[in-house]
Design a protein around this ligand. Structure first.
Ligand SMILES: NC(=O)C1=CN([C@@H]2O[C@H](COP(=O)(O)OP(=O)(O)OC[C@H]3O[C@@H](n4cnc5c(N)ncnc54)[C@H](OP(=O)(O)O)[C@@H]3O)[C@@H](O)[C@H]2O)C=CC1
Ligand SMILES: O=C1OC[C@@H](O)[C@H](O)[C@H]1O
Length: 435
C-alpha cells in the first residue's frame, strides 16, 4: 500500500451532495491531497458500550465510499466495558465488529492495547475528563463525546496533556462535520446574507422527565452524571451559535461572547437544569458588521418540534441580506432554507448517506430509533478524526480545542449565573479523581 501526502489542495466528498439542488458541492476536508493505491485504515477502540457507542460504532463500519470518502477506512479493533468483559463481547457482536476485535472488561486494558490508533470516549459527560485523560496518558489519540468535559478547567487540562504528548484530541460534536453545516458556514463566509447580526437557536426535547427519569438516576437528570439540559442538549444550541458567529470569523479576531443566562433547576433533583436560555453578545469591529447577538435555548420540558412537527426552523441565522434557516433537530438537521432580501428562496434536503434510509436517530432516552445499517451521520466526525491522524494534525478542522474551551467557559458562566454546581468529584481536575 502506498500513502502519499502532497503539498496543497483539497479532498472532495465527490459522491455526496444534497438533494433538490443544482448546487455544485465540494467539501474541503483537508489541506493536502491524498494519492493512494488503497485507503489508509484507522483502528478504533471504543470506550463504553451504551447507546451512543452503539450508534457511533455502527456508523464507523458503514463503507466510507457510500459517502464519497476514499482516502480512509475505519475498523474497530477493540471495545471496553467498565461493567464486564462479556458486555464488551456482546457489544462487539451487536454492532457487527470484526470477529478478531478484542473485548476488555476495563478501560485501563483498552488504552494499553498497542493495536488501537484512536479511542472514542462514549461515557456520560461526568466521566469524559477521567476517561480521556486515561487514554492520553497512555499515548492514545482521542475523540471524546460532547459535552467535552464538565467545565472549562478540565477541557484546558485535556488540551494541555494532548499537546504535551503530541496526540490528536477532538470533541465529538458530530453536527459540525455534516455537509449541511459546512454548507451553512460557506453561505456565511461567502457573504451571502451579509455579516451575521443575530442567531436564534433551540435544541429542546419534551422528555417528560418525571415519567421518563422517575428515579433520578438517568444521566439527563442525575447530578453525579453532570445531568441537565445545558450540557446534554444546550451544547447543540451553542454549537450553532458558535459555528456561525465565532468559527466563521478569522481566528485572530474571534472574541468570546458576553453572556446573560436564565437557568431553571429541575425540581426533583435541584442539581440539574430543566430549561436554560442564554443571550450572547459577540464583540465585532464595525468592518465585521459590529456587535452580533444570539439567543440559545434548551429544555427537557418543552420541545423544539411539538408532536414531531419539523416545519419550524430550529436555527435562524440572520443578516442584512437574508436569513438561513435550519430544520430538524439542532443535533441532526436535514433541511436548509435560504431566504434572500430579493424574495428568492432556496431549499435543500440533506439526507444522511449510507445503505439504509437514514431516517431514524438515537435520542438518548429510549425514543427515536437506530435502524439496522442506516447512516446516522456520526461517520463525518469519525472521517475528520481519522483524516487528521493520517495527516498528522492534532485537532479537528471545524472545532479546535480553543473553541471547545471557549464553549465550556460559556457554559461555566451560564451555570455560575444560574447557580448550578455539580459534585466536586466530577468537577475536579485531579487525575485520577480522589475516591
Ligand atoms: N452525539 C450524539 O448524538 C449523542 C451523544 N451522547 C453523549 O454520549 C455520552 C453517553 O451517552 P449515552 O450513550 O446516551 O449514555 P448511556 O447511558 O447509554 O451509556 C453510557 C455508557 O458509559 C459507561 N459508563 C461508565 N461509567 C458510567 C457511569 N458511572 N454511569 C453510567 N454509565 C457509565 C457505560 O458503559 P460500560 O458499562 O460498558 O462501561 C454506559 O453504558 C454522553 O456524554 C452524551 O452527551 C449521547 C447521545 C447522543
Ligand atoms: O447528543 C445528544 O443528541 C441527541 C439527544 O437526544 C441526546 O440526549 C444527546 O445526548
Amino acid at each position: 500500500m502506498t500513502w502519499e501526502i502532497k503539498g496543497s489542495c483539497i479532498e472532495e466528498y465527490d459522491n455526496y451532495a444534497p438533494t433538490n439542488t443544482t448546487h455544485n458541492h465540494s467539501l474541503t476536508v483537508s489541506s493536502i491531497t491524498h494519492t493512494m493505491s488503497s485507503p489508509k485504515v484507522v483502528r478504533w477502540g471504543i470506550c463504553a458500550t451504551g447507546g451512543i457507542a452503539t450508534t457511533f460504532t455502527k456508523d464507523l463500519l458503514v463503507d466510507p465510499t457510500t459517502r464519497g470518502v476514499k482516502h480512509i477506512k475505519h475498523t474497530v479493533v477493540a471495545a471496553a466495558s467498565s461493567s464486564s468483559q462479556s458486555r464488551a463481547e456482546q457489544f462487539l457482536k451487536d454492532t457487527g465488529c470484526p470477529k478478531d476485535a478484542k473485548a476488555y472488561g476495563s478501560y485501563e486494558e483498552l488504552v494499553k492495547d498497542p493495536n488501537v490508533d484512536i479511542i472514542y470516549v462514549a461515557t456520560p459527560h461526568s466521566h469524559h475528563y477521567q476517561n480521556a485523560m486515561l487514554a492520553l496518558e497512555a499515548g492514545k489519540n482521542v475523540l471524546c463525546e460532547k459535552a467535552f468535559t464538565v467545565n472549562a478547567a478540565q477541557a484546558k487540562e485535556l488540551a494541555r496533556k494532548a499537546k504535551e504528548k503530541n496526540l490528536f484530541l477532538m470533541e465529538a460534536v458530530w453536527t459540525r462535520y455534516f455537509p449541511l453545516s459546512v454548507y451553512v458556514r460557506e453561505q456565511i463566509t461567502s457573504g451571502r446574507i451579509g455579516p451575521v447580526a443575530r442567531v436564534l437557536s433551540d435544541n429542546s426535547l419534551a422528555a417528560d422527565p418525571e415519567k421518563s427519569f422517575s428515579d433520578g438516576k438517568h444521566r439527563l437528570v442525575n447530578p453525579d452524571l453532570a445531568g441537565g439540559a445545558l450540557l446534554d442538549l444546550g451544547i447543540y444550541s451553542l454549537t450553532w451559535v458558535f459555528q456561525t458567529l465565532y468559527h466563521t470569523q478569522p481566528e485572530k479576531t474571534r472574541k468570546p461572547p458576553k453572556v446573560l443566562a436564565a437557568l431553571k433547576q429541575y425540581g426533583p433533583t435541584k442539581a440539574a437544569d430543566e430549561t436554560t436560555t442564554m443571550i450572547l453578545s459577540f464583540p465585532r469591529s464595525e468592518e465585521e458588521g459590529g456587535e452580533a447577538h444570539a439567543v440559545a435555548t434548551t429544555s427537557l420540558r418543552v420541545a423544539s418540534f411539538p408532536g414531531g412537527l419539523k416545519d419550524v426552523p430550529a436555527i435562524r441565522i440572520q443578516g442584512p441580506k437574508g436569513e438561513i434557516q435550519v430544520f430538524g433537530p439542532a443535533y441532526r438537521p436535514e433541511r436548509t432554507r435560504v431566504i434572500l432580501k430579493d424574495g428568492s428562496v432556496e431549499e435543500k434536503d440533506w439526507p444522511q448517506p449510507g445503505p439504509g434510509k437514514g431516517s431514524g436517530w438515537y435520542n438518548g432516552f429510549g425514543g427515536g430509533k437506530n435502524d439496522e445499517g442506516e447512516g446516522h451521520g456520526m461517520f463525518w466526525e469519525a472521517d475528520e478524526a481519522a483524516t487528521a491522524i493520517v495527516e498528522g494534525r492534532k485537532e479537528g478542522n471545524y472545532e479546535g480545542l480553543d473553541e471547545s474551551i471557549v464553549i465550556m467557559e460559556t457554559m461555566d458562566e451560564v451555570r455560575r449565573q444560574g447557580g448550578l454546581e455539580y459534585p466536586e468529584k466530577i468537577e475536579t481536575t485531579k487525575f485520577p479523581a480522589p475516591v
